[in-house]
Design a protein around this ligand. Structure first.
Ligand code: DGI
Ligand code: FE
Ligand code: FE
Length: 197
């Protein structure tokens, strides 16, 4: 599917604001992809469709997650989580996108996952730092993204986790595991470097 067609197809599912955000995620993802081993066309499609289900009825999204036998915590840890797994299902069924890499990046784009591949990382971070985002800490994360994608993902995770905690909201376990996973890998890299490996 080409870019023009994908944008045409996603637009009616989004508000104007969310469409502008989507274009920002697309631009940021392509920029990050220059430094990662990922397929540009696939990253672009993942970005364009990542919030496809954002405005679907919550009950419909819960039903999809239940029917697919997916982790019930996507339903119990906050309604904001529903659109990521539900989106991956609907993008496959309604948009005919069957590429597993694209679908997985959409599935995990809100929570992150342990051992993210390059496409999952690029989409996760692009969603956080795209130019229209305004929350505290985003500018520092954008700066870090120029140096290190992994470092910037750690900052995004830390900001999201503390934001949720300050609001007395639960943190999805995989989000905490993602944070730990990336911290351990960063530490290992630094240790290897200081040992001359
Ligand atoms: O869909 P977007 O707004 O572009 O961004 P997103 O898919 O990252 O969703 C952001 C929302 O998801 C925001 O309200 C915080 C929430 N969220 C992100 N990670 C977690 C989370 N909510 C819970 N309960 N647990 C998480 O780990
Ligand atoms: Fe989202
Ligand atoms: Fe988004």
């Amino acid at each position: 599917m080409d870019r023009k067609k994908a944008l045409e197809l996603v637009k009616p599912h989004l508000t104007e604001h969310r469409y502008v955000h989507t274009l920002g995620v697309r631009d940021s993802a392509l920029k990050l992809a220059e430094r990662e081993d990922v397929d540009y066309e696939k990253v672009e499609l993942a970005a364009i469709f990542h919030d496809y289900a954002k405005f679907r009825p919550k009950q419909e999204m819960r039903q999809i997650i239940t029917d697919q036998n997916w982790d019930k915590k996507f339903i119990t840890y906050g309604d904001e989580l529903l659109h990521a797994p539900a989106g991956s299902y609907l993008v496959e069924k309604e948009m005919g996108i069957s590429d597993e890499e694209i679908l997985s990046a959409i599935y995990w784009h809100t929570t992150g996952k342990v051992n993210m591949n390059a496409m999952e990382k690029v989409l996760f971070l692009a969603d956080y730092i795209e130019p229209n985002r305004k929350f505290p800490g985003v500018e520092e994360t954008r700066e870090e993204a120029k140096r290190s994608i992994d470092g910037a993902i750690i900052m995004a995770l830390r900001n999201t986790i503390t934001f949720l905690m300050k609001k007395n909201q639960p943190v999805f376990p995989e989000t905490l595991s993602t944070y730990n996973d990336m911290i351990f890998k960063k530490k290992k890299m630094e240790d290897d470097e200081s040992n001359g490996r």
